[in-house]
Every structure is written in structure tokens, then in C-alpha cells.
Design a protein around this ligand. Structure first.
Ligand code: CTP
Ligand code: MG
Length: 378
């Protein structure tokens, strides 16, 4: 074993203000932790991720069985310590990388390792600072103005020999990066050129900046697809209506090979068309009896897996339901949550319209839906 990468992802992301832990927030159709793991994996013999307490199995599912998941602690240092407990003895170098820097590149990790190979014990990426930085007193007065040309903003991944990192963490100090602990040991820490794209996501503005990096670097790899579906209302009064990943008690259901969820089916077709992976019929049609009666959520999950196997991540999907009833508005958020969760948490919009009494939807004979999906190459 040569290189282990530790990714502390146990923070709550308070300053970002999302309802979910920061590492699970999406940019470009993937969670921050998935980006970070994907960028570090090519240099890593082992990846250890510290997940927020209670979300260990969610992280394991998201990142796959090859990634070792540990329970994060109350601080970043504690989370790194928890990961260190799983570090194999024969590992030579350890890179510690923040989930909050999802776009730091594989190339940056390689450059860090190159310095370790050259015999440096500790190496960090850093960028020149453009603001003049002031050291201040506790009551808010300037104490000192360090010479800006000698300042660097520290980034991750930070690389250490195994012994150096373990000795640093044995100090039992707390710090916002690992290099600070190594400095306490008086071990020289080499600074190499960092990357703008390795920016740390702290606030919603940072998320926008990161999205722009993704768009800028890969605009050619975005693809859009459309899909639609329609089903007639059933003559069987016991048939329950499934729509947009939800059941609608009291509403008449529709006929169909599966559960007849027109919104879910339209989204599946939009995704499959964007990825050039055929359509619902060619993937789950009547020739696949195991999908008879399958729920919309199940088909969405399977579709997401097909799209990802084809090399894409979902950016967002939008679906419009066409029909006189049920009224979507009161359950719109529930529908968005159900569809989004079946697709691994991506952004989903749900809208609805009637057709002024025209056509089979206007005549109350059935329901239809039309969807658009945007996907991007991994
Ligand atoms: N981290 C961790 N365990 C903690 C706190 C932070 O593993 N108890 C991780 C975060 O998940 C992140 C990295 O350390 O990848 C840097 O921390 P920061 O950007 O401050 O993230 P949060 O602590 O989640 O954000 P905030 O401080 O805004 O709550
Ligand atoms: Mg924090």
C-alpha cells in the first residue's frame, strides 16, 4: 500500500445553510463528496471518508464498498483522527483532503505525491492572497500587517508521510488543517502551487463559483433529453393512482404495465434519451416481466443507474403533469422530494397544467406528462 487518502466530510455545513450536510450538497449533478472521491481515487490505494454521525450507511451506499467509511467527530481534527484509526500499517503516504474542496484535481494530488517521493515529509498546496491580511487584537484593532507576498492561502489535499501525520495528530491539538499540527512538531512543510478550482465551499456563493468551474471546463459534455407519457384512467375503481412518486388516495388510478406513474415515466424517458440509452420500452418493456407493476421510484432508480453506467451524472430534471386532477399544488413539495430522492437527491421541478377541456386530458379521460432532463459527463 502506497497512498491512502483521508477525506473528512463529517461537518454540518452551517455557513452554507443547506438543510443537509455540506458533503451531500450537489454541484454539476453529483454530491461534493462524490466529486472529491472521484478526483482523489486515481492516486489512492485506499480512500477513507469520515461521515457525519448517523449517515455512515448513506455515504457507503453513495461511494461504494471500496471506500472505507468512519464516523466523523465533533471537529475536523477529530474526524481525521477517526479516519487515522483505519489507516493500514503498510501505507507510506497519507493525503488529507476536504470534502469541501470537491474540484481539487487529480493532477494536484499527483503533484503533492511527487514532492513526498522527492523526500519532503509534509507538503501543502497554497495560493497567493490578493487581499492584504491583517493580524488583529481581540478587541478588533490591527496588530500587524504581514507582508502579503509572503502569505499563502492553504488548500488540500495536504500530503504527509504516514509517521509525520500520526505524530502530528498524537499532539492532541486542534487545528483547521493538518499542516498546522505538523508545524507544531517543527517539521518543515513545503508549499506547492495550489489551484483556483480547489476552492473551499463555505457559503452559497462558493457553490455558484464551483458550478461555474464545472460548466467552464466541460460545457461540451452537457446533454439534454425529453420524454413524455400518457395513461388512461382505469375502469377499475380499486386501482390506486401513482403519480410523481406518490400514491394519491381517493383518486382513480390509471391502467399500465407498471404503476402508470406518467411523471416518473416521462422523466425516465427524458434521462434515457439524453444519455442515448433507448427509452422506457427498450429498457423495461413488456419483454421484462420483472418490471410489471414496478413503481415509478423503482424505474427512476434503475434509470439513474443506466445513465450513470453510460458515464453521465444527472444535473436536473423538470416535469410537467397535464390533466384536470389531481391538484398537484398542495403536494408539489412532497412530489419533488419523492422524485428527487429516487434520483439520488438531484434538483427536480414539478409543474402542472390543464388543457382548457381539450384532448383526452381535458376530457378527463387520463393523464399525461412531459419531462426534460439535463445530464453531464462524469
Ligand atoms: N469536517 C469534519 N468533521 C467536523 C467538521 C468538519 O469532517 N466535525 C470536515 C467538513 O466536512 C469539511 C472539512 O472538514 O469537508 C472542512 O470543514 P468546513 O469547510 O468548516 O465544513 P463544515 O464544518 O461542514 O462547515 P461549517 O463550518 O460552515 O459548519
Ligand atoms: Mg467547520
Amino acid at each position: 500500500m502506497s497512498v491512502a487518502v483521508i477525506i473528512p466530510a463529517g461537518g454540518s455545513g452551517e455557513r452554507l445553510g443547506a438543510k443537509i450536510p455540506k458533503a451531500l450538497v450537489h454541484i454539476g449533478g453529483r454530491t461534493l463528496i462524490e466529486h472529491a472521491v472521484a478526483n482523489m481515487s486515481p492516486v489512492a490505494d485506499l480512500v477513507i471518508v469520515a461521515a457525519p454521525k448517523g449517515l455512515e450507511s448513506k455515504f457507503q451506499e453513495l461511494l461504494g464498498s471500496e471506500v472505507v467509511i468512519v464516523t466523523g467527530g465533533m471537529s475536523r481534527t477529530e474526524s481525521v483522527n477517526a479516519a487515522l484509526s483505519q489507516l493500514p500499517k503498510d501505507c507510506k503516504y497519507v493525503l488529507v483532503h476536504d470534502a469541501a474542496r470537491p474540484l481539487a484535481s487529480t493532477d494536484l494530488a499527483r503533484r503533492v505525491i511527487k514532492e513526498l517521493d522527492a523526500g519532503v515529509l509534509a507538503v501543502i498546496p497554497g495560493l497567493k492572497v490578493s487581499d492584504t491580511i491583517k493580524r488583529i487584537t481581540i478587541d478588533g484593532f490591527v496588530k500587524k500587517t504581514p507582508n502579503r507576498s509572503k502569505l499563502r492561502a492553504a488548500q488540500t489535499p495536504q500530503g504527509f508521510t504516514r509517521e509525520t501525520l500520526i505524530a502530528a495528530h498524537n499532539l492532541e491539538s486542534d487545528a483547521t488543517d493538518d499542516a498546522a499540527l505538523v508545524e507544531e512538531l517543527d517539521i518543515p512543510v513545503k508549499v506547492i502551487l495550489g489551484e483556483e478550482r480547489a476552492l473551499k465551499i463555505t457559503t452559497p456563493d462558493d457553490l455558484d463559483r464551483a458550478e461555474r468551474y464545472l460548466l467552464g471546463s466541460g460545457s461540451k459534455s452537457f446533454r439534454v433529453g425529453t420524454g413524455s407519457d400518457a395513461h388512461a384512467f382505469s375502469s377499475d375503481p380499486t386501482r390506486v393512482l401513482s403519480l410523481a412518486g406518490l400514491e394519491w388516495p381517493g383518486e382513480i388510478g390509471v391502467d399500465g404495465h407498471s404503476d402508470g406513474d406518467v411523471a416518473a415515466h416521462a422523466i425516465c424517458d427524458a434521462l434515457l434519451s439524453a444519455a442515448q440509452c433507448g427509452d422506457l420500452g427498450s429498457n423495461f418493456g413488456t419483454s421484462r416481466p420483472e418490471y410489471a407493476g414496478a413503481s415509478g421510484a423503482k424505474l427512476l432508480q434503475e434509470t439513474r443507474a443506466i445513465v450513470e453506467r453510460a458515464g453521465y451524472s444527472i444535473v436536473n430534471v423538470a416535469v410537467q403533469i397535464v390533466g384536470n386532477r389531481p391538484k398537484i399544488g398542495p403536494r408539489r413539495q412532497e412530489a419533488i422530494d419523492a422524485l428527487s430522492s429516487a434520483l439520488g437527491g438531484v434538483a427536480v421541478s414539478v409543474s402542472a397544467t390543464t388543457t382548457d377541456g381539450l384532448g383526452f386530458t381535458g376530457e378527463g379521460k387520463g393523464l399525461s406528462a412531459i419531462a426534460t432532463a439535463l445530464i453531464t459527463r462524469h
